[in-house]
Design a protein around this ligand. Structure first.
Ligand code: PLP
Length: 397
C-alpha cells in the first residue's frame, strides 16, 4: 500500500477519536523518523514524551528480543526475573518502597486513586473521602483518571465519574486549603502540568502543599507520567523541590515504547492501602514490559541521560528566548529541561503543519501552545535545526 491508501484505509476503519496528520511513519533512527515516502523528520515529540532514548536503539531492541525468546507473559500469579529487577530498581531510584506495574498512564492513575481511598478507608472505617485535583490538569481517559482531569470539555459527555472530586487552582495554595475537609484523602497534581500547557509547580506551592498534607494525613499524589524519567533534567521532577510524594505515577518514557506504567508508594501508605483482592492486572508488569523498564533504566544510568538533559536544557531555553525576543507574537516560552512550551498569540495549527512540511515534528498543548518534548538524547545540532525551521516559518507568518 502507498501513503494515500494507508490513510484512506485508516480513516475507514479507525474509530474517529483522533484528527491524525496525513503522515505514515514507517521507521525511526536516533532522533529522526521516516515516512512511507522516505522523507526524514526531526522528532521533537518523541511519540508524546515516550521514546526518550531514540529510535532504532539496538541495545533496547536486543533486550526485548532476548526476553521475547525466553518468556513474554506469566501473569502476576508468579514471579519473573525481569519484574523483580524492575521493581527493585524503580523503587530505589524514586525513593519509594513499593510499586505496582500497569499497562498505561491512565491505569497508574486509577491505581493511585484506589490506593489513596483505601488508605483513608483503613484509617477511618468509611469510604466517603474526597480528592482534590487541579484545574487544567490531565491524568488520562479512563473514568477515574478522567474524574481528576481538570478539563470540563473532556468530562462533560461522560456523566458523573468518580464522586467527591474537587478542583483547586494550580500554584494557588489558598485554593487548595479552601477545599480541604476532614474527609480529604489525597491531593493529586502533575509536578509539571503537561497537556495543560507546560506549567511547572512553583516551589513555595509544592512545599506548602507537602506540609499541608503532612499536617492533615492527606496523601500527596504526584503524576510524573510525562514530566518524570529525566525529562526536566532530574530523574523525577519532584527532586528539584526537595520534597517527596506519598504516591508517584509513571508511564510514557518508563518503557520507552513498550506500553507500561506504574504507581509507587511509601511503606507508610502501603501499610494501610491495597491488599490481595483489592487490585490487579493480567498484563501489568509482565516479563516483556519489565525487560523494557530494566533496559531503559540501565541506559539512563550508563549514558547519564539526566546529566545530558541538564547540560543541554539551558541551550534550548536560550534559543527559545531568542525566538521570543525576535517575534512579538511569541507571548511566552517556559518549561523545564526538555519539556518546553512556546506560547503564541494565535492558534498553532498552521505552524505544526508548516513544520511537518519542513521535516520537523512538533506537538501542541492547547490551541496556542507548541509543546517540545524531544527524545532526551538530542544534541545542540538538533536544537539548532529545530530553531532554524521554526525561525523560517515564523518569518513568513
Ligand atoms: C499521558 C499522560 C497520562 C495518561 O497516560 P496514558 O498512557 O495515555 O493513559 C496521565 N498523566 C499525564 C501527566 C500524562 O501526560
Amino acid at each position: 500500500m502507498n501513503t494515500k491508501e494507508y490513510i484512506e484505509q485508516g480513516e475507514k476503519y479507525f474509530l474517529h477519536t483522533y484528527n491524525r496528520y496525513p503522515i505514515v511513519f514507517e521507521r525511526g533512527e536516533g532522533v529522526y523518523l521516516y515516512d512511507t515516502d522516505g522523507k526524514e523528520y526531526l522528532d521533537f515529540g518523541a511519540g508524546i514524551a515516550v521514546f526518550a532514548l531514540g529510535y532504532g536503539n539496538r541495545e533496547y531492541n536486543a533486550a526485548l528480543e532476548g526476553q521475547i525468546s525466553k518468556l513474554i507473559h506469566t501473569s502476576n500469579l508468579f514471579y519473573s526475573p525481569s519484574a523483580v529487577t524492575a521493581a527493585k530498581e524503580i523503587c530505589e531510584l524514586a525513593g519509594m518502597d513499593r510499586v505496582f506495574f500497569t499497562n498505561s498512564g491512565t491505569e497508574a492513575i486509577e491505581g493511585a486513586i484506589k490506593a489513596a481511598r483505601k488508605y483513608a478507608y483503613t484509617r477511618d472505617g468509611h469510604a466517603d473521602h474526597e480528592i482534590i485535583a487541579m484545574q487544567h490538569s490531565f491524568h488520562g481517559r479512563s473514568y477515574g483518571a478522567l474524574s481528576v482531569t481538570g478539563n470540563d470539555h473532556y468530562r462533560e459527555p461522560f456523566g458523573q465519574g468518580v464522586s467527591n472530586i474537587r478542583f483547586a487552582e494550580y500554584n494557588d495554595i489558598d485554593s487548595v486549603k479552601a477545599l480541604v475537609t476532614d474527609n480529604t484523602c489525597a491531593v493529586i497534581l502533575e509536578t509539571v502540568q503537561g497537556e495543560g500547557g507546560i506549567y511547572p509547580a512553583e516551589e513555595s506551592f509544592l512545599k506548602e502543599l507537602r506540609s499541608l498534607c503532612d499536617e492533615r494525613d492527606i496523601l500527596l499524589i504526584l503524576d510524573e507520567i510525562q514530566c518524570g524519567m529525566g525529562r526536566t533534567g532530574y530523574m523525577f521532577a519532584f527532586e528539584k523541590y526537595g520534597i517527596k510524594p506519598d504516591i508517584l505515577t509513571l508511564a510514557k518514557a518508563l518503557g520507552c515504547g513498550i506500553p507500561v506504567g506504574a504507581f509507587l508508594m511509601t511503606e507508610k501508605c502501603a501499610l494501610k492501602s491495597l491488599v490481595p483482592g483489592d487490585h490487579g492486572s493480567t498484563y501489568g508488569g509482565n516479563p516483556l514490559a519489565c525487560a523494557a523498564i530494566v533496559e531503559v533504566l540501565r541506559q539512563f544510568k550508563e549514558r547519564d541521560i539526566v546529566g545530558h538533559v541538564k547540560e543541554m536544557a539551558p541551550y534550548l531555553a536560550g534559543k527559545l528566548e531568542g525566538l521570543k525576543e525576535k517575534y512579538p507574537f511569541v507571548k511566552d516560552v517556559r518549561g523545564e529541561g526538555f519539556m518546553r512550551a512556546i506560547e503564541l498569540d494565535f492558534p498553532v495549527g498552521e505552524i505544526v503543519t508548516g513544520a511537518q512540511q519542513e521535516g520537523l515534528v512538533l506537538l501542541t498543548a492547547g490551541s496556542n501552545i507548541l509543546r517540545l518534548v524531544p527524545p532526551l538524547i538530542i544534541e545542540k545540532e538538533h536544537i539548532d535545526r529545530m530553531v532554524d525551521i521554526l525561525d523560517k516559518i515564523f518569518v513568513s507568518h
